[in-house]
Design a protein around this ligand. Structure first.
Ligand code: FMN
Length: 196
């Protein structure tokens, strides 16, 4: 397999673009299909595809926002107009959001933990795919990933949960990188049973 210096450089500098900085234009229909192909090309023990994707685009983003605001108001009856407006805009301004659902299956050899990791890979590959096509992207969960009614409204079925939502669009600003962990803090080398 030949070395791919451009890919190496991309991986060494890759970073998310915050959801507030994602604007039009977003991927077109052909690019979306490419993105979905990249997203679903992930390690998957047992080849069971224990995940699903939900696409939110165009008018669906506003409709989702309205429904989130309704559920948020039920959870927090004192929510003011500004709070409701935040909920309405959850899937804005990014032109495209893709929800990644972990859909674990009973399997004799593949524990649920491994199936969850595979779903995480789908979300991360969406980031890579978006960047490969020249877009910015961000992977978030937020309250509605964990609220059963909201998650169902967003497309989760019984026994499923959201690994997150990947918001995709054209960056409106150059985003500074965030601090990265020092390797010595997160890497150990195993020597004859001792780590250090
Ligand atoms: C599963 C998961 C859920 C996340 N949820 C949120 C969130 O709800 N809100 C948020 O601000 N960041 C969230 N983040 C972090 C963002 O993705 C953050 O922008 C990211 O860590 C930036 O790192 P990067 O530049 O290496 O991509 C989440 C990350 C992961 C992996």
């Amino acid at each position: 397999m030949p070395a791919q210096p451009a890919l190496r450089d991309y991986l060494l500098t890759r970073r998310s673009v915050g959801i507030g900085f994602l604007q039009e234009p977003g991927p077109g229909a052909e690019e979306l299909e490419t993105l979905l192909k990249i997203a679903t090309r992930v390690p998957d023990h047992g080849k069971i595809a224990p995940w699903r994707l939900v696409v939110y685009q165009a008018d669906a983003r506003r409709e989702v926002g309205e429904r989130l605001a309704t559920i948020a108001a039920k959870r927090n009856p004192g929510m003011d107009a500004a709070g409701l407006e935040i909920e309405r805009g959850r899937f804005l301004p990014a032109p495209l959001t893709i929800g990644v659902i972990s859909a674990p299956q009973d399997h004799p050899k593949v524990p649920e933990f491994e199936q969850l990791l595979s779903a995480g890979n789908v979300a991360f590959n969406l980031l890579h795919g978006a960047h490969a096509l020249g877009y910015g992207a961000s992977w978030v969960t937020r309250w509605y990933a964990f609220d059963a009614e909201a998650a169902a409204m967003l497309g989760a079925r019984d026994g499923e949960r959201f690994a997150g939502f990947v918001h995709i669009g054209t960056p409106s600003a150059v985003i500074e990188d965030r601090p990265r962990p020092a390797l010595e803090d997160v890497v150990t080398y195993w020597h004859s049973g001792a780590i250090g």
